[in-house]
Design a protein around this ligand. Structure first.
Ligand code: PLP
Length: 389
């Protein structure tokens, strides 16, 4: 074999079957081959397992799918290149012209955009209510045959809690599928509820490091199997290297989520006792209007604390600027703390009435609590409140 040939066909290294890597290797390859055409054809006919092309599946992304399905307590999972990719492909795969979607004003901004603007162009209609309006949800489901109900809990940024039992029961009675964006609550929560499809951004708690993007769709195998072909054609699959980074991040998921939630509770208590703060939104606080529901549904209340500055947007902006340990940045669930100032909040697509329903005020600030020492975070929040006052 001449050397230009050799560099394209390097010497194979095969591990003996009883000799395994402790950390699974990254299958950083697009293509897989079988020994013969006959075996390749058997694979195409579904008569044997294997991998062929990474857009369809890859051992590293598959390992992440199997792990996430188990964490969320479902049979199957598909991973995608971002959380929004998981949501957009799920919506496209589950709806057709003439279908109706029930969604909520507290829904993640890009999800609202997808439903209103993108699916709207394809003749999919929607009703948008407040997540607290169960009577309205019942009326909307009675008024329109509905394909799916999509919701979140806790919601972004003011951590309203969806009544999952009530919503899934209403949807099921109306013959609608439920899609729950479970990014805020995480993979270890809400699995016991009768939700058909969970979607997640892996960009947040899964990796924890804030250095990689990904998304996941998790549900019963019959549902996810149907989605797999559409997802392959839409082409937004996760890259194996990103899957490896996310698998690595997941090893510390539970300790991070619990430690960051414990710190979030302390920050929420500090804010609640401060005279510059009108209202704190954290489901773990007994003063949260849905604290009892949150306690019933959740084991950990999460790492997002938002609050309303009494003095409005200027004070909120001053507070955010004065923080030293919190990056003025989007996203959440990473090991470093983050702040979103009122001036950075979305929601410009909402009408005045819808904006009011959303619970976001002029002075709403969102904190994502990281893994820094809690004493340092407390000091930082205290000094920033003094500056803002
Ligand atoms: C961040 C986020 C998404 C989108 O995830 P990306 O990975 O950024 O595309 C979807 N839903 C919620 C609730 C999020 O917080």
């Amino acid at each position: 074999m001449k050397k230009p040939t050799r560099v394209n066909h390097p010497p194979p290294v095969d591990l003996p079957p009883d000799n395994r890597a402790v950390v699974s290797p990254i299958y950083q390859t697009v293509k897989f081959e079988f020994d013969t055409l006959a075996e390749t054809e058997r694979f195409f006919r579904g008569e044997r397992p294997g991998f062929f092309y990474t857009r369809a599946s890859n051992p590293t992304t598959r390992q992440l799918e199997l792990l996430l399905a188990e964490l969320q307590g479902r049979e199957e999972c598909l991973v995608t290149s971002s959380g929004v990719g998981a949501i957009s492909q799920t919506l496209l795969a589950l709806t057709k012209q003439g279908d109706h979607i029930l969604c909520f004003v507290e829904t993640y901004n890009p999800t609202r955009y997808l439903i209103r603007r993108l699916l709207g162009r394809f003749g999919v209609t929607h009703t948008m209510l407040s997540i607290e309006d169960l009577a309205g949800a019942e009326r909307a489901l009675a008024a329109h045959p509905t394909r799916l109900v999509i919701f979140e809990s806790p919601t972004n940024p003011v951590t309203k809690i969806a009544d999952i039992t009530a919503l899934t029961r209403l949807a099921k009675a109306a013959g609608a599928l439920t899609v729950m964006d479970n990014t805020f609550a995480g993979f270890h929560q809400h699995g016991e509820y009768d939700v058909d499809v969970f979607v997640h951004s892996l960009t947040k708690y899964a990796s924890g490091a804030g250095d990689v993007m990904g998304g996941a769709v998790i549900g019963r195998s019959d549902l996810i199997r149907n989605l797999r072909n559409d997802f392959g054609a839409l082409g937004g699959m996760l890259d194996p290297h990103a899957a490896f980074l996310i698998l690595r991040g997941l090893k510390t998921y539970f300790v991070r989520y619990q430690a960051q939630s414990a710190s979030a509770m302390k920050i929420a208590e500090l804010l609640a006792a401060h005279p510059a703060v009108a209202r704190v939104h954290y489901p773990g606080l007994p003063t949260h209007p849905q604290h009892a529901l949150a306690r019933a549904q959740m084991r950990d209340f999460g790492t997002i604390v938002s609050f309303d500055m009494k003095a409005g947007a200027d004070a909120g902006g001053k507070f955010a600027d004065a923080l030293k340990l919190f990056a003025l940045a989007a996203s959440l669930g990473s090991t470093e703390s983050l702040v979103v100032a009122p001036q950075m909040m979305g929601g410009r697509d909402l009408t005045a009435d819808q904006h009011k329903l959303s619970g976001v005020t002029e002075g709403t600030v969102r904190l994502s609590i990281g893994l820094e020492d809690i004493d340092d975070l407390v000091e930082d929040v205290k000094q920033a409140l003094e500056v803002a006052q």
